[in-house]
Design a protein around this ligand. Sequence first.
Ligand code: GLN
Length: 295
Amino acid sequence: MKVIWTLEKASIWARDKLQKANVKTFELDVDVLLAHAIKRPRRFVFTYPDYQIPLENMKVFQKSILRRAEREPVHYILNNREFWSLEFFVNGNVLIPRPETEHLIDHFLELISDQKNEKSSLEILDIGVGSGNISITVLKELPLIKVTAIDISADALEVAKRNAKNHGVLNRIQFCLGDLFPKGGLFPERFDFILSNPPYIAASEFDSLEPEITCFEPKVALISGKTGLEVYERLILEALLRLKFGGYLILEIGDGQLAQVKSLIDESRGFDKVSTVFDYAGKPRTISARRKING
Ligand code: GLN
């Protein structure tokens, strides 16, 4: 007998699968994946429980639920993540942009609002571009500026390029493959701003994270080394050589890292005007420091 899959029946089947796989957000995930499979808005799923799902769409849905039950993140299944109200293509080669990173953008916009010079001439560098969320958001916010974007992964750069194209900013972004600051002289010598959400997880901490992260997100984008501070150590020192006098370094920081990152900045002796931005949960998320004007 041919099974007829209504939205209600499909939801019950899928919720059960995901619940058994310990997916905490199983209800939301089912609705999102179901809406995606039938190409309708989410409210359609709640409004028409008796709607019969066409076979092709049901197959898509079943596949996506099986992937989710393996703990693959919804955003990789959908190949999409929203950041700063912009849509980004994502796959397993890039970190899924996190809402916390929007604080870095906020802080950057606040700092440039005090800049006296012409904003269009600002030189901006994004280290660890990933999906391109930081660079592209900045380019969308400031329609005249250009950005240099570096990543250690060529596959990540492909994703960032695709997103830059989708957002119509490909002509204002220069991509560069490298481990923090590449030796070659592709980009301007010195920058007004260096922005980065670097890898900051300690290797020992990694395994205790959720499987969505440990099994699917790129380790190179997440793990810094033994302590989690290794990339900051290099980044802070090298950034000093790449910032203009009075230029700013803006970094995302991990939970509990504020004091250590602050001391790395102080120890470098090259920065002043250090400030911290807290997220909505009250945790320090972003830190910025200015390269001393006469340093
Ligand atoms: N810039 C990207 C983000 O903020 C990627 C960061 C990374 O790969 N560490 O999500």
